[in-house]
Design a protein around this ligand. Structure first.
Ligand SMILES: [Cu+2]
Length: 87
């Protein structure tokens, strides 16, 4: 399944989503400020900086049900998003 998460007003929207292992996520930035979605521990990913209205490449997540995966924006690490892996 494909999920799209928007980035607006210095926040991920929705901030938390449920995914299944093998799902793909894309982020799209609606702010004038550049943002990213990054996770440094496995499963690690990094969209790189996204300009306004730019959509990331798809990130496919392989993880176990029950895992809660946090990620952040590289230049604004107070921006936190959560992926809850469910069956
Ligand atoms: Cu940011």
């Amino acid at each position: 399944m494909l999920h799209t998460i928007e980035i607006a007003t210095f926040a991920f929207d929705p901030a938390e989503i449920e995914i299944s292992s093998g799902d793909t996520i894309k982020w799209i930035n609606r702010d004038g400020t550049r943002h990213s979605a990054k996770r440094t521990i496995a499963p690690a990913f990094d969209t790189g900086l996204l300009s306004r209205d730019e959509q990331s490449e798809g990130v496919t997540i392989e993880a176990s049900a029950g895992e809660t995966l946090k990620y952040f924006c590289d230049p604004h690490p107070h921006m936190i998003g959560t992926l809850k892996v469910v069956d």
